[in-house]
Design a protein around this ligand. Structure first.
Ligand code: MIC
Ligand code: SF4
Length: 637
């Protein structure tokens, strides 16, 4: 067996684990973060579960930390109180980005982790099966229910050779994205193996597993080996170590080979993580901003290498450099060993250890800016500045670029000394609140926390206009944008709904309201990116009944189903061209059609055409769709 099959077998409670089959897995751990957490806990409360049933659940506060009004702080107070009341640990703001902290303090090889954030696979760096999902699915898992999913194919990524001068783990995942694209991982687990894996430390592996989310993969995973033991030992957690390796000669559904020695420093160009070119191919583009941090590249070694490059120098006069350490552990280690002073002296603007600019919480670049970031997403408008172009690079590329003011290939410079993993990381969990230490908690609810919309039982006739037709690869940042202005309203869907699909069409929400809802029509990979359930809840509020697309991203499709919206796939992709905005669409006998099979006929009354669409649903998902969402389905059980 490969590693993925082993962990799945150990957690399987239902189904046959053959690719494409439907399976159910027990979930050992969950995590939420605050921008998805408020909604997840409101839904958790609606389920009347009581205490969580998982081995460990952690609520992080790391996204909405700008606190430009009372809203964010209210959300923090709600999350802290509701979590502690229900047996969930709380990682307070200031403790760091959920994925970095979870890797450091809670990851356990061989366990399963479900997180309401698409980059939950970061913990695949230690051999966890770590999966991102919508808040509702995480709430259900906290209640002890298994996770239902389609058994993915397992893609073996064989790494051979070793990284050359100043190339980075980031360049490995950029190469995978270059080859497979942002939809190449859909329905797959990326399992890394081969001699090249041994040369990578846990934080390097975590960078790769993290950004596997941009492939659309279900998750990514590395073996748990002596490097993993070293990492856990240095975190004071050697007891959590178990060796977990694929069987020698095991089979994969497909294999991709990457020779690390041949990799050149690369960047993903605006506006897609798969628009990857070598830095040499792109050339010396003038740069206005450089941001180092995010859950992809903010480990101790990443920031130490950046600090080594910047030490004793000054950032280019026309560049603004920001650094956000991934966790309090990383931040305090940099402070005690002097690297923080090197960064400050070089002119870096030090931000708190949180998501920050990655989710547009501050540091939006200037008009038409070029921003070079060590992050994982450069989707259109995500930085908060629509005219800006974001390049995604390694910390080494970012640091040299900050000095030269143009996109710079780090392999043109002398080798940066490798940063040895500390014998012992600085361990201080004083910003993690343990539910056992708190009694008689009252849940605190600020005025910005509004009830979430609930889907209605599916009607027999589903009708409405095609409100918009969208191209391929529409991201959740298009569907439900997030930035410093909007993130405070994650618990206020009526407010957010007015911005639904705004980057694609500023009039969409108004039109949807005027028409009393309708249909969204889209191309391939609709809903790629974030796990935010808001990208389904805002359309639900606007009475969107179905999305017709050429294909869907996994988490978003689940979120639509969980909220009673039909994700229909054109059987014949060419039909996409036969729908125009304004066309009157109808699904007659919708309930019977869904009950009877996987092919649903949508009629276009305006064009007098019919489209065959596919809605493959397991019996459980069928029940959810017919009931009008997962909460209705659980209530009716
Ligand atoms: C992201 O990187 O897009 C986010 C913000 O972390 C999201 C979660 C969210 O939208 O709150 C994600 O990746 O799931
Ligand atoms: Fe935070 Fe960015 Fe990571 Fe999302 S991708 S969890 S916003 S750092």
């Amino acid at each position: 067996m490969n590693l993925t099959q082993k962990i799945i077998k150990a957690h399987l409670v239902d189904g046959e684990p053959t690719a494409g089959g439907s399976i159910a897995l027990t979930i050992d751990q969950t995590l939420t973060q605050d921008s998805t957490g408020t909604m997840a806990y409101l839904q958790f409360e609606a389920m009347n579960i009581g205490r969580v049933k998982t081995k460990r659940s952690v609520a992080y506060i790391d996204h909405n930390t700008l606190q430009s009004g009372f809203e964010n702080a209210d959300d923090h107070a709600y999350i802290q109180s509701v979590a502690l009341k229900h047996g969930i640990a709380v990682s307070k703001p200031g403790n760091g980005i959920c994925h970095q902290v979870h890797l450091e303090r809670f990851s356990v090889p061989g366990q399963t982790l479900l997180g309401s954030d698409s980059h939950t696979p970061t913990c695949g760096g230690v051999g966890m099966l770590a999966i991102g999902a919508g808040g509702l699915d995480v709430a259900v898992a906290m209640g002890g229910e298994p996770l239902h999913l389609t058994m993915p194919k397992v893609t073996g990524v064989r790494l051979v050779g070793a990284l050359q001068k100043n190339a980075s783990a980031k360049d490995i995942i950029l190469e995978v994205l270059r080859r497979l694209t942002v939809k190449g991982g859909v329905g797959r687990v990326m399992e890394y193996f081969g001699a090249g894996v041994e040369s990578l430390t846990v934080p390097q592996r975590a960078t790769i597993a993290n950004m596997g989310a941009e492939l659309g993969a279900t998750t990514s995973i590395f073996p748990s080996d002596k490097r993993t033991r070293e990492f856990l030992r240095a975190q004071g957690r050697e007891n959590d170590f178990t060796e977990l390796l694929p069987d020698p000669g095991c089979a994969y559904d497909e294999v991709l080979e990457i020779d690390l020695s041949a990799l050149k420093p690369m960047a993903a160009c605006p506006h897609s993580p798969d628009a990857v070119k070598t830095i040499k191919e792109i050339g010396p583009v003038r740069v206005d901003q450089v941001c180092i941090g995010s859950c992809t590249n903010s480990s101790y070694s990443d920031l130490m290498r950046a600090a080594a490059i910047l030490k004793g120098k000054t950032v280019h006069p026309l560049v603004s450099l920001t650094v956000s350490p991934g966790s309090k552990q990383v931040f305090s280690m940099l402070a005690s060993n002097g690297a923080l002073a090197d960064l400050i002296n070089a002119g870096a603007r030090i931000l708190e250890c949180a998501c920050g600019p990655c989710i547009g919480m501050g540091q939006s670049p200037k008009t038409d800016a070029v921003s070079v970031r060590t992050f994982n997403r450069n989707f259109y408008a995500r930085s908060g500045t629509r005219s800006a172009g974001v390049y995604l690079v390694s910390p080494e590329t970012a640091a040299f670029t900050a000095l030269t003011g143009v996109l710079t290939d780090p392999s043109d410079y002398p080798e940066i000394a490798s940063v040895p993993q500390p014998e012992r990381f600085l361990i201080n969990d004083n910003l993690i609140l343990n539910p056992g230490d708190f009694k008689d908690i009252e849940v605190v609810r600020g005025p910005n926390i509004k009830p979430f919309p609930k889907a209605e039982r599916l009607a027999d006739t589903v009708t409405g206009k095609a409100l918009i037709t969208l191209p391929d690869n529409i991201t959740t940042d298009h569907i439900m944008p997030s930035n410093a202005g909007l993130l405070p309203y994650r618990s206020n869907i009526p407010y957010l709904a007015d911005y639904c699909l705004n980057p694609a069409d500023p009039d969409f929400a108004e039109r949807a309201k005027k028409e009393g809802g309708g249909f969204i029509v889209a191309g391939e990979n609709y809903g790629q990116g974030s796990s935010r359930e808001h990208a389904a809840l805002a359309p639900l509020y606007l009475k969107i009944r179905a999305v017709l697309a050429k294909s869907f991203a996994r988490i978003h499709r689940d979120n639509l189903i969980n909220n009673g919206i039909l994700p229909l796939v054109f059987e014949n992709a060419a039909d996409y061209d036969n729908v125009s905005p304004g066309d009157e669409l109808v699904i007659e006998n919708a309930r019977a059609q869904i009950e009877n099979g996987a092919v649903i006929t949508v009629k276009n009354k305006t064009e007098k055409r019919e489209y065959k669409t596919v809605l493959e649903l397991t019996p459980r998902l069928k029940a959810i769709i017919l009931a009008g969402g997962v909460l209705a389905s659980l209530a009716g059980r």
